[in-house]
Design a protein around this ligand. Structure first.
Ligand code: PBG
Length: 310
């Protein structure tokens, strides 16, 4: 078969996870040639204004240019962090494959003496720019100071070495996929910080009419991850929310039983609505939609709208 071009952003994390994907694809398709092409996105160019772009409804700032390259056929497969991918599918494209998820939990990386969330001293300064992490952190420990920190993994880890932060919170998968798991001081339990929908998972996106490429990508699909992610994303879509909302979702599967937990928080931590549902994993999409409805009836929409206005 012809050479398959795999497109991704150029950050250390994006490249590491794309190399991981290409290794898995090569195991399945040893005769096929794969090459990696990096693409700069609006999010890479203009990190400071992420929240303002989100407000303008511009959800695809990490992925638009990559999707354009797919449609223009300059790449064949796009590798995205699933949590950055809007829940609405882009016309002409489809997610062909969701490989096995890494650990979905957030991690704490702390300075000396700041090594676990529960043990942080009163008033500790925690770096994160995620409204989800802010909301849940403040709900857990109102005394904590949550301070914005922007940038890629390297920049955010470096913040811990400065005097401005005592610790930062990151997606554990980002450290795992860049061979830095050892730098995580704590994998934060999901009963303190519920992960973002899709956190730790990747999506392989292809042109909807390219069956051959879809087959290549699907060879590394992981059925259990696929069910978990489907439930989490249907929940997010059902709330009408995106990746910048104060929303957590975490699905687990035991045998055929899928359990989905959802949280929606007030940004100041004054309130967190929590709900759980479970059922047959084959009903993953319905379970997500039902949980969203349940939480909307408990007032989740107001919390999401309040966060948008912040
Ligand atoms: N929003 C940026 C982003 N998108 C995906 C990851 C990490 C890897 C993943 O969740 O798959 C990160 C960084 C972070 O949240 O710390």
């Amino acid at each position: 078969m012809r050479t398959v071009t795999v497109g991704t952003r150029g950050s250390t994390l994006a490249l590491s996870q794309t190399r991981w994907v290409v290794e898995r694809l090569k195991e399945q398709w040893p005769e096929t040639e794969f090459r990696i092409q990096t693409i700069t996105t609006k999010g890479d160019k203009n990190r400071a204004s992420l929240q303002s772009m989100a407000k303008a409804g511009d959800k695809g700032f990490w992925i638009k240019e990559i999707q354009d390259a797919l449609l223009a056929k300059s790449i064949d497969i796009a590798v995205h962090s699933l949590k950055d991918l809007p829940t609405e599918q882009t016309e002409g494209l489809e997610i062909a494959s969701i490989p096995k998820r890494a650990d979905a939990r957030d991690v704490l990386v702390g300075a000396e003496g700041f090594k676990s969330l529960a043990a942080l001293p009163e008033g500790a300064r925690i770096g994160t720019s995620s409204v989800r992490r802010r909301a849940f952190l403040k709900a857990f420990r109102p005394d904590l100071q949550v301070i914005p920190v922007r940038g890629n993994i390297e920049t955010r880890m470096a913040a811990v070495a400065t005097d401005d932060y005592d610790a930062v919170i990151l997606a554990g998968a980002g450290l795992i996929r860049t061979d830095q798991r050892h730098r995580a001081d704590e994998f934060v339990p999901t009963d303190i910080l519920l992960p973002a929908p899709g956190q730790g998972a990747l999506a392989l996106e292809v042109r909807a009419d390219d069956d051959l490429i879809a087959e290549v990508a699907y060879a590394i699909n992981d059925a259990v991850t696929d069910d978990r992610i489907t439930a989490e994303r249907e929940f997010l879509a059902g709330l009408g929310a995106g990746c910048l909302a104060p929303v957590g979702a975490f699905a687990t599967v035991k045998g055929d039983l899928l359990t989905l937990e959802g949280w929606v928080g007030a940004v100041d931590g004054s309130e967190v609505i929590k709900a759980t549902t479970s059922g047959d994993a084959s009903e993953c999409a319905d379970l997500g939609a039902e949980l969203a409805e349940d939480m909307l009836s408990q007032g989740a929409l107001q919390l999401i709208e309040n966060a948008r206005e912040e």
